[in-house]
Design a protein around this ligand. Sequence first.
Ligand code: NAD
Length: 464
Amino acid sequence: MAYTSDSRDRVRAPPGRTAPAARNREPAHPEQPADVVARLRATFRTGRTKLVEWRIAQLRALREMLTENGPDLAAALHADLGKSATEADRTEIGFTVREIDHTLDHLTDWLRPEPAPVPAHLGADASAWTQYDPLGVVLVIAPWNYPAQLLLAPLVGALAAGNAVVVKPSELAPATSAAIARLLPAHLDTDAVAVVEGGIPETTALLAEHFDHIFYTGNGTVGRIVMRAAAEHLTPVALELGGKSPAFVDRDADLDVVADRLVRGKFLNAGQTCVAPDYVLTDPETAAALEPAFKRAVEALYGTDPSASGEYGRIINERHFDRLSGLLDSGRVVVGGDADRTTKYIAPTVLADVDPKSPVMQEEIFGPILPVVTVSGLDEAIGFINDRDKPLALYVFTESDATKSRIAAETSSGGLGHGLPLAHLTVSDLPFGGVGESGMGSYHGRYSIETFSHRKAVLEKPLS
Ligand code: NAD
């Protein structure tokens, strides 16, 4: 186990910051999870993390970490996922900086106690309000696909809410995990923020500890393990999971615009995005008309040979490469279809004539394969969606307000995007999270404060 901060190793430093000498030394006896949690809990009990000044200082330090070390983080993201520098900035580093800025702009407003009307029987001199209390020591467990954003954006919320935090990066993105383990302790208050690197054994050991909240992003199988472990301590959880997010394309939509937006949303990060459009649902005529539009859109974005495009990513590892290559013959190839195991490259691929019973339609694809499934029209599309698990996102491409209203009213999904995939999660004032199999709880902006705080009810009746 590699714990990145150790109280025995610390030298005196300005408050809220660890001295550089402490950063690079490996602790002689790595702290055990119980020691890490006890140390952070002791800090939380001092009340330091509750101070708004401390929260703001930590957020500013995190921002500085990101802006000073952007190129290092981008290099790590490139090593793990072949992410281009533009994509790394847009979807990970810059994304987190924007989340920090939004939080810094609004934090004092969000934390303001909210008055509540008092019933007459308590008398005119009684007053009532709610206030946000930090929860204590929070655990954030992150996945590999956006290994910086999905660790740091929850950290922003947990710090803004005044908690001490243990973060556990994904072992499947080792370069980013190492960069975070090196950078966070060099910038943040190491008595209140700890990085624990590792895989299943390390996470299992952490989950045995008593946290005050566990924020998990990843798949539903591990989500269940997390929730079971949390139940032992009655610890609340947020589970940010995935699933098959459909895109319904209506016959009235401009198909060049639709194809362009679907291609951008689907093939970003080589399709390894939790809210990527998983499959297209449309009628047979629209499906046929979409085929040339998809070809044009892929070529416009990545050229005739996407393997040569610096903007196109790679599959995280051989296991996922093998899983995805096994799905390539689930339909007729319209675009792409080629793959190279040595470079973990799978071309941006669109499949037509896909049977809903085919392998590609059984589980979340989480890779650059876009199947098109045909339905007779809106009624069947709504039935198709409702027959399956509630998705993390649902996308609708139509000019018809009636169609938009029907889908909004008759389906359930974590988020709903009209005309543009993925973008809802960049709106900091919208909650981001799933429902049913796609998860529980939400975050971003003020919703992170809700998630990482207890909203305490307070009543006051003067004694005289
Ligand atoms: P992953 O394999 O990196 O696992 C996520 C975390 O769980 C890691 O930190 C890992 O160490 C830990 N973990 C793995 N097995 C464990 C076990 N047995 N016990 C305890 N901890 C364990 O990532 P993943 O699950 O492959 O991520 C992909 C999934 O995550 C997809 O389903 C995707 O849709 C979903 N996802 C959701 C969101 C969201 O915001 N809702 C974002 C990204 C990914």
